[in-house]
Design a protein around this ligand. Structure first.
Ligand SMILES: [Zn+2]
Length: 436
């Protein structure tokens, strides 16, 4: 069924640019695509928001570990390699219990929608049934999603009690999971899609990485993994293969158009150029990087080079479920990269010049950047794109005579949560409504 929405639109078509369109009439087709947007001029609409609300494109979480949802906000005292074995693999291993996993997804997916996350790119666990149930939860709650069964078989990089039994087992299970998620989601191009998910090089044998590259080539399904996340992971790959993480993944056929590489903190200039040439990009997870990254991802330099960059929460490496909060953190982290953090260093050598970003650039990563990274027609409210959007009550963010749209936008991106977000749509479908 077609419908119309009347609202003021706030969005960021380019980094550094806020586009404000007051009182627009948005026409949404029966397939969920925006067919037209025009000034409302007082015309009635099926759903009407006045000056007290704003409509924004839904945000895209390009990196999230679904089985770590119960761990959110804890376990941030260890370095990555120990954090995985001590806290995270035991939590993920519990998804062998399908009832447990299903109960986690049932709480998580609606919670994320309530923060404005209309698209999520999920790591599941190694378990096919739990991963299929995650895809089903996304279908049931109406979230756009890429869902990946995690492949991990390395005898040293994974514990004996949480790994694929062999590379061939892992490849077969990943192939079966693709078919299952296509069946659940409705096939290629549907709202819920599979994504190939070799965890990261330290958790995978050469045979598994080779097989996953071949599976990506054979199926055309997108790929996600972690890349140059921190000193340990980056140097592990150099020690094992004698080259950068990007180059190693590329040799295995895993760097492809729209491959999603989490973190990329230590990508070199040549790595970035290679990713740009192929069309792969980075899921920038600024809050997770505070705890596990050892440094700040240079978002501004990467975007200016032309690299595709989206934002991710990296639950539970990042202790915050909201992509909007990660927008604020991206701005803070970029500021710290520019200014530096060690007061023992002289000011002129303490930071990295020209690293700051503003809140519009952060929101651009969370919307347009993520959509370009994934190759989906979301991220902006304009004709031809899907109607993935959320409506925010501006009561807490707009003071008469104090706030203009720029200030209100900055406030709401930094502060809006589920209490302020009153309506969420994915693909033109209302998936959450708190309106009385
Ligand atoms: Zn991760």
């Amino acid at each position: 069924m077609t419908f119309t929405v009347r609202a003021t639109i706030l969005q960021t078509p380019e980094p550094g640019q806020l586009d404000v369109r007051e009182e627009q009439l948005i026409h949404v087709d029966s397939d969920g695509t925006i067919s037209a947007i025009e000034p409302a001029n007082g015309a009635p609409a099926d759903i009407e928001f006045g000056q007290s609300h704003a409509l924004l494109p839904g945000v895209i979480d390009t990196h999230i570990h679904a089985p770590q949802w119960p761990q959110l906000g804890t376990g941030l005292d260890l370095p990555l390699d120990k954090w995985l074995f001590e806290y995270t693999f035991p939590m993920e291993a519990r998804c062998a219990d399908l009832d447990f996993a299903t109960s986690v997804w049932a709480g998580m997916v609606p919670s994320l929608l309530a923060t404005g996350t209309t698209t999520a790119v999920y790591y599941g666990s190694v378990h096919e049934p739990a991963t299929a149930a995650l895809a089903q939860a996304c279908v049931d709650h109406g979230q756009r999603a890429f869902v990946g069964r995690v492949a991990m078989d390395h005898p040293e990089g994974t514990p004996e009690w949480y790994r694929d039994r062999s590379a061939s087992d892992a490849i077969a299970a990943s192939a079966a999971s693709i078919d299952e998620i296509h069946r659940i989601g409705g096939g290629p191009g549907a709202r819920v899609q599979p994504i190939l998910t070799p965890r990261f090089i330290p958790a995978c044998t050469d045979a598994l990485l080779t097989g996953m590259g071949e599976l990506a080539e054979a199926t055309g399904v997108l790929v996600q993994t972690h890349c140059s996340e921190n000193d340990w992971e980056h140097n592990y790959v150099i020690d094992r293969f004698g080259c950068s993480d990007t180059e190693a993944l590329s040799r295995f056929g895993l760097i492809r158009d729209h491959t999603v590489l989490a973190h990329g903190v230590f990508l070199g200039v040549d790595d970035r150029r290679h990713l740009i040439d192929i069309g792969a990009g980075v899921a920038h997870c600024p809050l997770s990087n505070v705890y596990f990254g050892d440094a700040v991802f240079p978002a501004r330099q990467s975007i200016e080079m032309g690299l595709r960059v989206g934002l991710g929460t990296d639950i539970a490496g990042g202790p915050e479920a909201s992509v909007l909060r990660n927008c604020g953190q991206a701005v803070s982290s970029a500021r710290m990269l520019q200014d530096g953090v060690n007061p023992q260093l002289e000011r002129d050598v303490r930071g990295r010049a020209d690293s700051r970003i503003d809140i519009t650039t952060a929101f651009w990563m969370a919307t347009v950047g993520g959509a370009e990274l994934l190759g989906i027609p979301a991220g902006l409210l304009e004709p031809g794109r899907v109607f993935d959007a959320f409506a925010v009550n501006l009561e807490r963010f707009a003071w008469d005579d104090i706030d203009d749209w720029d200030r209100t936008f900055e406030k709401l991106v930094r502060g809006a949560g589920s209490a302020d977000i009153e309506h969420v749509w994915v693909d033109g479908v209302s998936v959450l409504s708190n309106r009385n």
